[in-house]
Write a protein that binds this ligand. Structure first.
Ligand code: MFK
Length: 537
C-alpha cells in the first residue's frame, strides 16, 4: 500500500481561535460576550463545515443567460449553491444588522466584525455585498434623507431572510476607475423623475435589490464635484430589469462565485440621495465602511491560510519528523503568525473606533484616528493577505499548487483585497489627504503614546521602542517632504506602510500585555516581540 498524506483539517473556527477569543474577552464585557457567543460558535462551525463541503464538489460559478427560448432578452442570473445558502444565514446572524443595533452601544461594531471574520471565507465572498449594504446604510444615514432611510434601511438591516436586501455600489466605469472624475454616466430629469444613462464597468453582486450609483446630472460641472449620488432598484416588483442590460459577467482571477457584471443603463429610474452635486463626498461614508470590511476580511483570509498551514505542519512528516518540528519551517510559521496578529489588532481597532464614532460618543481625536487608520488598515492588510496566502501555499509544497487542496483559491481570492475599494496607491494618497484634515501625524503619535501608557510588562519594552522609532522616523520624513508635493506623493506608500506597521505593533503589544497579566498567556507577547524584530513586508 503506497503512502497517502493526511489532509489538513479545520475545526470550529471560533473555538479554535485563541487570538479572537482572547481579544473579545478584553474588548467586550463578559455579559455581552456570553450573549453573542452562541452566534460566534455557530459561524465557527459553519466555517469548518463549508471548508469540508468545498473539498467534495467542483467549484461553481454564477451563470448569466441573456435570451429565453423565444427570443426575449431576460438577463437571468443563477447564483451558486454556496451563495444561495449564505444569504439567509447572513440575515439571521445579523451580519449587517449587528453593526447598527444599539443594545451593545459602541461595541456593536466589534460584535459585527467578529461575525464577519468568521463568516467571510466560508461565504465565498458573499461578504462583498454585505459590505456594500453596510456602507449603503451608513451613507444613507449620513445623507439625512429620512424618506429614503425609512424605505431602504428596514430591508438592509433586517434579520428576516425574506425581507433582507443587499446593496450594490456602482462607481467604476471604463473611463473612471480610481479617478472617478472621468466617469460618463449621465442623469436626466424627465417627467418628474431622474433617469440614468451610461455603462458601469464593475458592478459587484448584480443580484442586489438596490444600488447606490454616481452619475452626473445634465449640465452639471465637470470633475468629481459635479456628480450626484443616486439610489436605484435595478429590478421592478416582477423581477424585470428596469432599463438595465447585463452585458456580461466578468472573468476574474478570483472571487469567482461573486457575480460581477458589466451593465448598460438606458434610462434606469433613480432617486437622489443627497442633492445634485458632491456625490463623491456623499458616497465617502460608504467607502470607509467597505474599506473596514476589506481589512477584516483580509485578516480572516490570513487566519484561514495559517490555520491550514499550521494544522498541516503537524500532519506532514519530512526529514525524520513533522514539519512543525523543523526549525526553519517553524520559524516561517511563527513569522507569519506574528504579522497576522498585528494586522488583526489594527483592523479590529478600526472596528472599535467606527462603533464609537457612529454612536456619536467620539472625541475629535477618536474621529481623526478613525479617518487616518481606515486607509492604513485597508492598504496594509490587503498586501499582507496576498503575502501570507502565498507563503501558506508554499508551506504545502507541490500540494499547495493544486486546485483541489483549496489553497490556490485562497491566493487568487486574496489578490482582490489590494485592488478593489481603492488600490494601495489610492489608499496611500487618501492617507495623505486625511492627514491634512485630521490633525496630521501628531494624531497618530498621540494615539500610540496613549496605548503605550497602558502597557506594564517589561517584556514589551522592545516592541514599544521599535514602534516609536518607526513612527517618529516616518513623521520626520513626512515633514521634510511637506513642501515638495511630488516627492511626498512618490513616498506615500512607504510612509503609509511604516505608520500602519508601527501602530499595529503598538496595538498588538497593548493586547499582549493584557493577555499576559490577566490570562497568563505568553503566546501573544511572543508574537508581538517577533513582529518587532521583523523588517517590513
Ligand atoms: C470583503 C470586502 C468587501 C469589499 C466590498 C467590495 C465591493 C467592490 C466594489 C468596488 O470596488 S467599488 C469601486 C471602489 N472604487 C474606489 O474605491 C475608488 C478609488 N478612488 C478613490 O478612492 C478616490 O480617492 C475618490 C474617488 C474617493 C476621490 O477622488 P477625487 O475625485 O480626487 O475626489 P476628491 O476631490 O479628492 O474628494 C471629493 C470629496 O470626497 C472631498 O470632500 P470635500 O468635497 O468636502 O472637499 C474628500 O475629502 C472626500 N473624500 C474622498 N475620500 C474620502 C473622503 N471623505 C472621507 N473619507 C474618504 N475616504
Amino acid at each position: 500500500m503506497s503512502f497517502v498524506q493526511a489532509a489538513p483539517l479545520l475545526g470550529n473556527q471560533y473555538r479554535d481561535d485563541a487570538l479572537l477569543r482572547s481579544y473579545l474577552r478584553r474588548a467586550l464585557d463578559a455579559r455581552m460576550l456570553a450573549a453573542i457567543e452562541p452566534d460566534l460558535d455557530a459561524l465557527g462551525q459553519f466555517a469548518a463545515d463549508a471548508w469540508l463541503a468545498a473539498r467534495t464538489h467542483v467549484d461553481e460559478e454564477p451563470e448569466l443567460t441573456h435570451w429565453d427560448a423565444w427570443g426575449e432578452r431576460v438577463d437571468r442570473l443563477e447564483l451558486t449553491r454556496a451563495w444561495q445558502a449564505a444569504a439567509p444565514l447572513a440575515a439571521r446572524h445579523g451580519l449587517v444588522a449587528a453593526g447598527h443595533e444599539t443594545m451593545h452601544g459602541a461595541a456593536a461594531r466589534v460584535h459585527q466584525f467578529a461575525l464577519v471574520y468568521l463568516y467571510h471565507c466560508a461565504s465565498e465572498f458573499h461578504s462583498c455585498p454585505l459590505a456594500m449594504s453596510d456602507g449603503a446604510v451608513t451613507a444613507i444615514k449620513a445623507s439625512g434623507n429620512t424618506e429614503l432611510a425609512a424605505h431602504a434601511l428596514p430591508h438592509l438591516l433586517s434579520r428576516d431572510p425574506a425581507q433582507h436586501w443587499i446593496s450594490g455600489q456602482w462607481m467604476t466605469e471604463n473611463a473612471g476607475g480610481s479617478d472617478v472624475s472621468n466617469s460618463e454616466t449621465a442623469a436626466r430629469f424627465v417627467d418628474g423623475e431622474w433617469r440614468l444613462y451610461g455603462r458601469k464597468w464593475f458592478t459587484s453582486a448584480i443580484n442586489a435589490q438596490m444600488a447606490l450609483a454616481l452619475a452626473r446630472p445634465e449640465g452639471a460641472a465637470a470633475g468629481a464635484d459635479g456628480f450626484a449620488l443616486f439610489y436605484l432598484e435595478p429590478r421592478d416588483a416582477q423581477g424585470r430589469w428596469q432599463n438595465i442590460t447585463l452585458d456580461r459577467l466578468k472573468d476574474k482571477l478570483g472571487t469567482r462565485e461573486l457575480p460581477t457584471a458589466e451593465i448598460h443603463l438606458d434610462g434606469a429610474p433613480a432617486r437622489l440621495v443627497a442633492g445634485t452635486d458632491h456625490g463623491v463626498r456623499a458616497i465617502a461614508p460608504m467607502l470607509n465602511v467597505t474599506r473596514t470590511w476589506n481589512a477584516i476580511c483580509a485578516v480572516a483570509t490570513m487566519r484561514r491560510a495559517l490555520a491550514l498551514a499550521e494544522d498541516y505542519a503537524q500532519r506532514r512528516r519530512a526529514f525524520g519528523g513533522p514539519l512543525a518540528e523543523q526549525p526553519l519551517h517553524r520559524a516561517t510559521l511563527t513569522n507569519l503568525r506574528a504579522r497576522f496578529e498585528a494586522a488583526f489588532h489594527l483592523s479590529f481597532h478600526v472596528a472599535e473606533l467606527l462603533g464609537v464614532v457612529q454612536m456619536a460618543e467620539a472625541s475629535e481625536a477618536q474621529r481623526n484616528r478613525l479617518r487616518l487608520l481606515t486607509p492604513l488598515a485597508k492598504l496594509w492588510t490587503g498586501k499582507l493577505a496576498v503575502a501570507i496566502a502565498s507563503e501558506c501555499c508554499e508551506c504545502f509544497g507541490g500540494a499547495g499548487y493544486l486546485e483541489d487542496t483549496g489553497m490556490p483559491q485562497l491566493l487568487r481570492d486574496a489578490q482582490v483585497f489590494p485592488i478593489w475599494e481603492g488600490t494601495t496607491n489610492v489608499l496611500a494618497l487618501d492617507f495623505l489627504r486625511a492627514l491634512r484634515g485630521a490633525g496630521g501625524t501628531q494624531t497618530l503619535l498621540d494615539a500610540q503614546a496613549e496605548w503605550h501608557a497602558q502597557i506594564e510588562s517589561a517584556e514589551l519594552a522592545t516592541c514599544m521602542q521599535a514602534a516609536v522609532a518607526l513612527a517618529h522616523n516616518a513623521a520626520t520624513r513626512l515633514q521634510s517632504l511637506a513642501k515638495d508635493r511630488d516627492a511626498l506623493e512618490a513616498q506615500a506608500r512607504d510612509l503609509a506602510f511604516a505608520f500602519a506597521q508601527s501602530l499595529a505593533l503598538s496595538l498588538q503589544a497593548r493586547h499582549a500585555d493584557w493577555a499576559l497579566r490577566n490570562e497568563n498567556d505568553g503566546a501573544r507577547v511572543a508574537a508581538a516581540r517577533r513582529f518587532a524584530c521583523l523588517s517590513s513586508i
